[in-house]
Design a protein around this ligand. Structure first.
Ligand SMILES: Nc1ncnc2c1ncn2[C@@H]1O[C@H](COP(=O)(O)OP(=O)(O)O)[C@@H](O)[C@H]1O
Ligand SMILES: N[C@@H](CCC(=O)OP(=O)(O)O)C(=O)O
Length: 274
């Protein structure tokens, strides 16, 4: 039987992927939006400091234009993200207003922290918002993001962006919510015999080989970028938990220490490479 974990988190970054926000039929998952707003508002009321990194701009944009397929051309995807981002924030604003919580939008690229001036100004913004109990909602600035190696066919990686943010704001915990229960020893959507790994403290080349592609039609990162985010967190002695975002109320259980999802930690009892 798994024992409870010790989770003492005051400053928390939560990342939610497209696969949790958009149904497989392309429509918006209103229940997830609502529960996410409820959980984060309640934790904010309890005095925790929260930052939400949310994907979904492209998914919401596709739904808005009633398109079934994500276009292959990068410019068209960026245009969709521009359409979807304002709609995404409208959905969050409505739900967070319902729970009397103020939110703010921050659009970032991976490299902003490499430049001391922009790093300082981003950090000032985060700190001002958190001091006033306003929840920053971060997405990659898809219009200008050019950080991917193959920028002709792919862009956008909020998994690693969430780790960069967690690192810079000195967060105690990064929670990554996706459409799977955690990290498995094989892609669970392709292998029904795949086993959930409950704790991992070493991520090496072998680990990356058991991370397949994306599961959803609209998600971009897949498991590899989640592992890259976890690797960064482990190297900085921070904790990351990957769990299912189908019901974001799972965050309450995670913070209570229940053994949910996969915990990536440098000081785990089960020191194990996969
Ligand atoms: N070893 C693995 N363990 C869990 N999921 C995996 C693994 N390898 C590949 N995946 C896939 O990663 C998907 C999650 O990534 P993605 O679709 O990008 O989600 P999100 O939109 O939440 O970022 C899962 O649906 C699953 O199909
Ligand atoms: N910035 C893009 C998605 C980037 C991304 O990392 O997507 P996902 O794999 O669903 O977390 C968007 O908002 O659609």
């Amino acid at each position: 039987m798994s024992t409870n974990r010790e989770i003492n988190a005051q400053r928390i970054v939560v990342k939610i992927g497209t696969s949790s926000l958009i149904h497989t039929n392309g429509t918006v998952n209103l229940q997830t939006f609502d529960q996410l707003a409820y959980v984060l508002s309640e934790l904010n009321n309890q005095g925790k400091e929260l930052i939400l990194v949310s994907s979904g701009a492209i998914g919401v944009g596709l739904n808005k234009l009633n398109l079934k397929q994500r276009p292959t051309e990068i410019g068209a995807q960026q245009a969709l993200a521009a359409i979807g981002q304002s709609e995404l924030m409208t959905l969050f604003t409505q739900r967070f207003n319902h729970y009397l919580t103020n939110i703010a939008q921050i659009l970032l690229t991976h490299d902003v922290f490499d430049f001391p001036k922009s790093d300082e100004s981003v950090m000032d913004t985060f700190n001002c918002l958190l001091k006033d109990n306003i929840i920053p909602i971060v997405n990659e600035n898809d219009t200008v993001a050019t950080d991917e190696l193959d920028h002709r066919t792919t862009f956008g990686d909020n998994d690693q962006l969430s780790a960069i943010v967690a690192s810079h704001v000195d967060a105690d915990l990064l929670i990554v919510l996706s459409d799977v229960d955690g990290f498995y020893d094989d892609n669970p959507n392709q292998n029904p015999n795949a086993h959930l790994i409950s704790e991992l403290s070493v991520i090496n080349d072998n680990t990356f080989t058991i991370a397949g592609g994306t599961g959803s039609r609209f998600g971009t990162g897949g498991m590899k970028t989640k592992l890259a985010a976890a690797k960064r967190m482990i190297s900085e002695n921070r904790q990351m938990i990957l769990a299912n975002g189908n019901d974001p109320r799972i965050i309450f259980d995670i913070l209570e220490g229940q053994p949910i999802g996969t915990l990536f930690t440098s000081n785990g009892k089960l020191t194990q490479g996969v």
